[in-house]
Design a protein around this ligand. Structure first.
Ligand SMILES: Cc1cc2nc3c(=O)[nH]c(=O)nc-3n(C[C@H](O)[C@H](O)[C@H](O)COP(=O)(O)OP(=O)(O)OC[C@H]3O[C@@H](n4cnc5c(N)ncnc54)[C@H](O)[C@@H]3O)c2cc1C
Length: 427
């Protein structure tokens, strides 16, 4: 059961950004497009529709960016959570390449959005993908070659051990790939910037307005909310891990998995630069990965770890500190000022699910990698609503299985399945 809270959870982002309050629904409404969910998926879709002159309203049960979109690592990494192989197997190389090209479009769009709409989200270019284990360095070279040959992307730079200290100040890594088109951002600032742009373009956003159910009534869709009803021509479900009983069929196809991160106290500029001289965001290629980056005010933001059985650590700082200090022993004892967690929507094959049935559209299944993919899905769904559904047709060819065992047993199956992969990170 989805438990919301009326305010953002305490985090580095929520405590340092000023998020304007928006009114809740008052009375029954009629609109062209209703989007349920004020995270990146809903916001990107709404912005494109509002800019095209459509009458669009987002309803959000809490605040804009309340869930994963306002809490994530802010790492805008090219690619899908499942990597390219399952997409190529399911779609063939030509259509899988379309999805890769959409990802590159999203990376460029993310850079452009703050400039075109006049907001700041601390955009910084660069992603560094590191290898902890010597035996996995070959995997970096392999991806560099595949990216160039199969997907037409030749901008990845291989960095060998002797040069690595110019990029990241940790002895833990054996080699890395640098992607200049990846980037990092403050995700809550991005969500709030998108929301302001939507309103400027004529769209509406209602906070504290939870959708309870929906039904198709003739050519229209009726959404029942906690405050009344809203009739619309088109409904978009952008609820991520929280879809719950709003749509039980979609709910069965994703498993909410908890993940968490911390932010240190501000470091001196020199100390911060010594940790990540290239100021890129960093992820490693372990199965249970570490990810980290610097903030605009010189904190180290450090994340990783998953809880398949729900729940979150009682103390985020104690749970994350050993991992942080393993990467940067120089930070032993550093003050950790914030710790928070959120949920990601894992799909069975980690492939994204973007679909539609008549005038109901949905997007989910980002499987922990959603900063750029949500920008893609927002474009794909908005374009389909505007009459151009070629991209949506490609995504609809991906099949999505229910999790076996339902919400009760599926987390146990997943946790058991992951045990072997976790072992391979250390043997
Ligand atoms: C801790 C953490 C770190 C992450 N780090 C990264 C990262 O560095 N890079 C990356 O690419 N991805 C990352 N992700 C994943 C990424 O944040 C998500 O894939 C992405 O934000 C999903 O966006 P969304 O809009 O689909 O969902 P969400 O942001 O979860 O938004 C869904 C919204 O729908 C609302 N909602 C749901 N049901 C209803 C209802 N019935 N009525 C009204 N409103 C409703 C919710 O309140 C919520 O605000 C991370 C996720 C977490 C949790």
């Amino acid at each position: 059961m989805f438990l919301s809270s009326p305010e953002h959870v305490s985090s580095y982002y929520a405590n340092t950004c000023k998020a304007p309050y928006r009114a809740a629904q008052a009375g029954n409404l009629q609109t062209e497009v209703i989007i349920i969910g004020g995270g990146f998926s809903g916001l990107h879709t709404a912005l494109r529709l509002a800019l095209a002159g459509r009458q669009v309203t987002i309803i959000e049960s809490s605040r804009v960016g309340w869930a994963a979109s306002g809490r994530n690592g802010g790492m805008a990494i090219l690619g899908w959570s499942c990597d390219m192989d399952p997409l190529e197997q399911a779609l063939g190389q030509t259509d899988a390449k379309v999805l890769w090209d959409l990802m590159r479009w999203a990376a460029a769009e993310l850079k452009d959005l703050p400039l075109s709409h006049g907001f700041d989200c601390d955009y910084r270019p660069g992603h560094l993908w590191t290898s902890v284990q010597t035996k996995r360095v070959a995997g970096l070279r392999e991806w560099q070659q595949h990216a160039a040959v199969k997907w037409g992307y030749d901008r990845l730079q291989f960095i060998d051990k002797p040069e690595l200290s110019d990029w990241v100040g940790s002895e833990r890594y054996q080699a890395a790939l640098f992607d200049p088109e990846g980037a990092h951002i403050n995700p809550l600032k991005l969500a709030l910037g998108l929301a302001a742009a939507i309103e400027k373009a004529g769209g509406k956003i209602l906070e504290q307005t939870r959708a309870l159910s929906y039904q198709e009534v003739g050519e229209q869709v009726r959404v029942i909310t906690e405050h009344g009803q809203i009739n619309c021509d088109v409904l978009v479900l952008a609820c991520n891990s929280y879809i719950d009983e709003l749509d039980p069929a979609l709910n069965r196809k994703i498993l909410p998995v908890g993940t968490f991160m911390v932010a240190t106290e501000p470091l001196s500029a020199a100390q911060a630069r010594a940790l990540i001289p290239c100021n890129a965001c960093v992820t490693d290629n372990q199965f249970v990965l570490d990810y980290f980056r610097l903030t605009a005010d010189n904190r180290l933001l450090f994340g990783g770890g998953c809880t398949y059985l729900g729940g979150m650590p009682a103390d985020f700082a104690s749970a994350m500190r050993p991992n942080l200090e393993r990467v940067f022993p120089s930070l032993r004892g550093v003050g950790i000022e914030y710790g928070w967690g959120g949920h990601i929507d894992i799909s069975m094959r980690r492939t994204p699910e973007i679909g539609c049935r008549a005038n109901v559209y949905w997007m989910q299944g980002y499987s922990g990698h959603g900063v750029l993919p949500t920008c893609v899905s927002g474009r794909v769904v908005a374009d389909a609503i505007l009459g151009s559904s070629d991209h949506l047709a490609i995504f609809r060819r991906l099949s999505h299985a229910d999790f076996p065992g339902g919400r009760l047993l599926a987390p146990w199956f997943e946790a058991a399945g992951k045990f072997w992969f976790r072992l391979r990170d250390v043997i």
